[in-house]
Design a protein around this ligand. Sequence first.
Ligand SMILES: [Zn+2]
Length: 205
Amino acid sequence: MTEGTGRYMAWPATTRYGLSVAPGNLGLVQDFLNTITEGTIAPPDLLATLDSAQEWADQVTEQWISIDELGWAKTLPRLTENDRKALAAFRDRLFEGLFGHSHSETASRAGRNNLTYRPVLTVSTEGIGLRPDGEGWKYFETALLLICHQGQIEGVLRRMKSCKSDTCDVVFYDRSNNNSAVWHDVKVCGNRANVRAYRERAASH
Ligand SMILES: [Zn+2]
């Protein structure tokens, strides 16, 4: 998938930050991570209430189904309050797994090592493959992990980054030639960091 196809507008969470979206199914992972509230725009955390989480879930599954090339997308059951909490906790784990830091400062550390996911190995005339498995929203989480796993193998996952700013975790997709971008928005987060560094230098003289 390339930018500017019109599909761009359909990832509901990432669109709120006006960002370029990750290609293919990786856009789903990026969108899930960008349900956070962040940055100067600070739209609401979409997983904060059951209503907003359901609205996001409806939009994102529709978009997932429309771009899915792997045959993994499917409509998922209506979210329960437990699903919503589990998704928010999973979002933190994914931030840790991908970027080495949690998003939420209040993330519970209880039972941290007990999350396991079981993909399914398949063999067909198209070769050997992996696909997600599991009930309900656990299936969704497994799918996200498998998409990341595939992105790792294809070398595109390292282009998906969380903004380097101390106060911003927005997840962007780096399309620069040398994969060197660190800010989700150079004008906002980059400038703020430059100003701070300048002040610190000035203060130390
Ligand atoms: Zn940022």
